[in-house]
Design a protein around this ligand. Sequence first.
Ligand code: G
Ligand code: G
Ligand code: MN
Ligand code: NA
Length: 254
Amino acid sequence: QRIRRELRQALRSNEFVLHYQPQMNLLTGRIAGVEALLRWNHPVDGLLAPGDFLVIAEQGGLGGEIDDWVLRRACLDAMIWQKNGLQPIAVGVNLSPVRIGTLRTQELITTVLHETGLDPSLLELELTEHELVDDLDAAARVLNQMRLLGVRLAIDDFGTGYSSLNYVRSFPVNRLKIDQSFIRNLRTDVNDAAIVRNIISLAHDLNITVVAEGVETVEQLTHLAGEGCDEIQGFYFSRPLPTDALQAMLRREL
Ligand code: G
Ligand code: G
Ligand code: MN
Ligand code: NA
């Protein structure tokens, strides 16, 4: 229907944009990385979030093309920040579980890293738990190849999905991103506090780092720092920013 045709048009006429949400390292207080978040600058409806169009795009068979665009744009932007003299930071990209572990994605990532010259260890793939990876073995093979290149893997929305621990066991995971639903009532809900403490402990036992998502208050930040959480992401530190605003923020850190 209408929106499907508009999405094709959007890919052709560059109506998509990436916003970047900074992640702060709790030890240094500095920006350690960003998560790329897709937006559609719709000619009539204005700036749309993925929830408004991504499902329709997937249904219309445009998911792969959107992955291509997002990966290329994110890696290009990360290189531009460096060329502008800013500190090298990692960029996280959300890839659909349907495609993250496919040979097509492996080829795409190899090509994009080659084209852009980005250090592979500055690219982080985010695998959400909200949808299933259908062939775990095939995905593990591809993700292990990615790891050999140096690309990092984060489990997104950790703790809410179908197979949290199975992913951690099967895939070469570098980071856990604690879902924001556990952070929201961290200060008042003893169960959430216990879950968060134990996710951090699990991650550190496995030698991987932890990012808490959806941190909105200084109390949450202080609590997480006390529990040894490595990084935070959320409105308290920064909302997702257009690339220019992110660069201004990085420049202030120089
Ligand atoms: O930024 P926002 O809160 O609107 O994001 C909503 C959801 O869309 C999040 O779960 C996020 O992971 C997902 N998302 C954001 N950008 C992308 C993207 O480029 N590709 C995919 N597949 N999902 C994305
Ligand atoms: O599923 P994923 O973690 O990729 O989703 C990230 C989404 O969470 C983004 O759309 C972003 O806008 C949103 N988000 C980021 N920080 C906060 C926050 O502090 N509070 C809330 N409510 N949402 C946030
Ligand atoms: Mn994410
Ligand atoms: Na998340």
